[in-house]
Structures are given as structure tokens and as C-alpha cells.
Design a protein around this ligand. Sequence first.
Ligand code: ADP
Length: 608
Amino acid sequence: MRKVGFFRSINVKFVIIYVLLILVAMQIIGVYFVKQLEETLRTNFQTSLTERVNLLAYNIVEEMEKERTPEDPTLEEDIKKILRDFSAVDISEVRVIDGRSMKILGTSDPNNQGVVGQRSTELRVKQTLTLEEEQSSILIDPQSGHRIWVLSKPIKSGKKVIGAIYLVAKIENVFEQMKTINGIFATGTGIALAITAVLGVLLAQTITRPISDLKKQAIAMTKGNFSRKVKVYGNDEIGTLAMTFNNLTKKLQEAQAMTEGERRKLSTVLSYMTDGVIATDRKGRVILINEPAAEMLDVSRETVLSQPIVSLLGLSDTNTFEDLLEEKDSLILDYSTKTKPYILRANFSVIQKETGFVNGLIAVLHDITEQEKINTERREFVANVSHELRTPLTTMRSYLEALADGAWKDEEIAPNFLEVTRTETERMIRLVNDLLTLSKMDSTDYMLSPEWVNFVSFFHSIIDRFEMSKEQNVTFKRMLPSNPIFVEIDEDKLTQVLYNIISNALKYSPEGGQVTFSIQEEEGRIIVSISDQGMGIPKENIGRIFDRFYRVDKARTRKLGGTGLGLAIAKEIINAHGGGIWATSQEGKGTVISFSLPYDGSEEDEWS
Ligand code: ADP
């Protein structure tokens, strides 16, 4: 917050205005008043002296025109006498000058009697005598530096000028008086200003206090404090302003609380959404990204802010921000690597004002890796099933066509051909049965019916069955424990698992080979292994033999009558029992297929 400078504060401004107004008023009054006063004083001074000089002139005329006998005192003596009476405080000197000879007839200055009888050198006296006019002016006395008023007046006898009176008066007093009056005036002005300033401060406060309250409140509001209230001092405009301000504060507080609530709601919605959400400004820079979006793109929320969205989504090469604004369909973002598929779907919607001005863009990201995988699997599955069924059907058709074309008559070929069609039909039945089993296991209401079974004797009985029916020249080796091992299994399902695995072992065993059966007890589980000495499985395929329809050597295994579903079914069943299934193999030497089943060895005693 900017601090208001002292001279900018409204309080000081008020006082300065008051003081300036008073100062201007006093100045105008002062100038006019002093000028008038000075004029009056000076005129009075000059008039009173002029009158006295007139009287003096009258007396002097009388003396100058008087008939004199030698006994009578001289004119100079008489004038001296008159002038002696004439002396006054204001007058420095009065001289009487004879009009014809220009000689000084007398002076009132007792210290300057020496000039009597000399010719007057005064310029003004000369002018008076020649022009027969009164001369006056205010001069500065070079000796004292004071102002003096000199008056030179003609002495007239009738119309004839017979002499002049020269007066020097101390007018300085008048100016001194003016100075004193000015002083008084200035002091008065000073006092008036001081009182006005004090009053100004007090008066200004009645206006500025509510305003400064408003200011404080406004500052508090910008900091988010809405609890303060402005004091209402009266009903005037400022009072109304304060009241309105308080109302405004309340409304703002409500509005802010609402915005805050909305913001919180939005952020909760965003963070609990499973979809990723990214919002940008109008230039396409990220301004918001929720946690799921950050996780999906594997970025940290802090670092991506204000990054361009096209580069964040890795679209810089193919799309510009403008393309995204016009993108009507969703974009598929394929971030899959060789080892891991990862596909996102992005939908874009533009944030637009009513005027059509684009404010930003919202991108919603959805992880569709799983969905894509399921889609691909389904497509593959349908393709596989069609392919698996087409092969036996094509074989059967050609054999049946051959029979129809006359082969049925040939007693040697016909049974052979019929045998082939029978085998193919059986293969199709097996395939359909396997598919049905898998489909049953895929359905959600698939249930096992587990029972406690002694796995050792159960395993023996299955191996016995194979031993009796086997056509190949293969020996069986049983490495089974003598003690019973009780596990909770669905016997029918486990029979199918063992059937699938053992028939594979027999299928892929060489002539005179050996198939070994073993059970190992481990902590919390048993491991059942069936190993053969067949051609084995290449390392790169070993992980996939449990996939549906996967075969290592397609042509060969189909010949052996496999459907490619046997191990997939075994895996589903073992998983449903809470166990695992895997294969180890050495190419050319043999294969071991093992599966585990949950087993609690401590319960053994209860059964024995
Ligand atoms: P199939 O019915 O074709 O045998 P399976 O699901 O049982 O289908 O087996 C999948 C594939 O795994 C077989 O096609 C075969 O290539 C391979 N396989 C399974 N068991 C063995 C084994 N004991 N020795 C070698 N290859 C095997």
C-alpha cells in the first residue's frame, strides 16, 4: 500500500486552502487600507504646514511693505522675530528670500544664522520666483537619510511676487507612523492565520476522519479482512457514503465467500475425478492441471504451469494450439513403448465468451490403454476362433467332396477318408468345449466347488489313468511324497488342469522318453511339476504359452490335435484357486510345467 505523503494528506490540504484564502483576503485589504491611510496622513501633514506657511507669508508681506525709519529695527530683525515664533517640531528650517536680490532675509534655524544676507542657491526658490508658482517635493536628506518635504512658496503683494518662503519639514514621522501601522497589521494577519490554521485543522478533521476511516477499511478489504465496519458520523453525504460502503463490504464478503466455495467445489471435483483435466489460457499455456492428469503425463504439477499444452501433450510436431481449438473429435495420444502399451484419449472444449472471444481450452484425458487392450484381444480372439474352425472345416469339405465324387466306392480309401473327417469333427468338438469352458470361467458368476482333497492320492489316480491309456512308448516317474497333503481344490477342475498338462507332456515327449511327476512342499504352498524330455520351448515364447490360441510351432501342434487353449484353461483354473502357473524349459532337452496351490502345512495334524 502506498503511503500518502504529508503534504498530500487531505487534512493538510484543507488547512493550506484556509490559510491561503485568509492570506489573500488580508493582502487585498492591507494594500488598499495602507495606501489610503498613507495618502490621508501625508495630505493632512502637508495641508496643515501649507496653511501655516500662508499665514507666515501674510506677516512677512506686512513687514516688507512697512515704512521704516532708521530707529526702527531692520527688516531682517523683524523677520527673525517672526521666524522665532514659527519654529515647530515638524519643521527643520524656514527661510525667507527676497524676490529681487535673491538674498536670504532670515532663517528659523538658530545654528544657521550665517546664511542670512547670502544669495539663495536653492533651485526650487529660483523656480518659484521666475515661474511665480509654488514648488514642493519629498526628498531624502543626504545627512540624516530621513525623508523631508521641501516647499517653496511665492510671497505675493497683490499680484506681484516680492519674495519666497522656503520650508524644509520632517515628513519622516508620517512614514514612521505608517511603518508602525503596517507592523500592527502584519501582526494581526499573523494571529488571524494562526487561529485559522488551528480552526482549519479542527474543521478539516470532521471531514477527513470519516474519509480516513473509509481509506483504512478499503486497505483492510484489499487484504481480505471484511470484518471491519466504518463508523457513520452523521447523515450528510459522507455519512451516506460510509453507510453505502458498509453495505458494499457485506455484499463483497458474500460474493467472495461464494466464489471461494465454488473454487473449493471445483478443486474437489477436479481432484476426485479419475479423468485428467488440463486448462489453458487463451495462448495455450497451462494454468491448471489436476493430479490424475499430472500422473497420466508423468509430470509434476508445479513445473508444467505456463508450459504450452501442445508440447505438454507431445503434439508440437503435428498440431498447433489453433488446431486443438478446432478439434471436434477426440485425439488418441499413443505413448506406448516397446515394452508397455500406454494410450490416452484427449477431448478438447474451448472456453469462449459470448462474443466468441476464445478465453482458453480445457482438455480432458482418459486412459484407454486397458480398453484398447481388451478391444485388441477381442478382435484377435474372434480372428483366432474363426481361423481354428475354418481349418478342420476346410479339410472335412475336401474329404467329403472326394467321397461324394466317387471315393465312397473305393473300399480302401473310403474308411480312411471317413476316419479323417471324424478326427476333424472331434477336434472341433474339443475346441468348442474348450471355448465353452473358458467362456464359463470368464463369466462373473463362475464358482468353484472346492473340497478338501489329499492331493497325493488324487495325483496318483490321475497318473494311473494316463499310464493305462497311453499309446506312446514313454515311462512315468513319480516323485511324490508318501504323506498325504490336504488342499482345498475343485477336483473336476484340477483334473482338467492335470489332463491338459500331462497330455502335452506325452504329446511332446520323444520315443522312449520319461515324464516325471513331483510335488514339493513349501512355506504356504505346494508346487506340482510335470517334466518331460521333449523338444522344449524357445526362451522368447515361454511367457506366452499360457495365452489363448498361442502355439509355438503352429503347423506341428495342430497336427498333434491341440487347440491352443489347454494351458490357457489351466492358467484360469489355477488362478481361480489362488495359485500360479509357469513353465521352464531347455530347448531340445525338455520342459517343466509347474503350478502352485495354497497349502497350510500346520493343519496336517488334524488330518492325520
Ligand atoms: P495345445 O493344445 O496346442 O497343446 P496348449 O495351450 O496346451 O495348446 O499349449 C500351448 C503351446 O505350448 C503348445 O502349442 C506348444 O507349442 C507349447 N507346449 C505346451 N506344452 C509343451 C511341452 N510339454 N513341450 C513343448 N511345448 C509345449
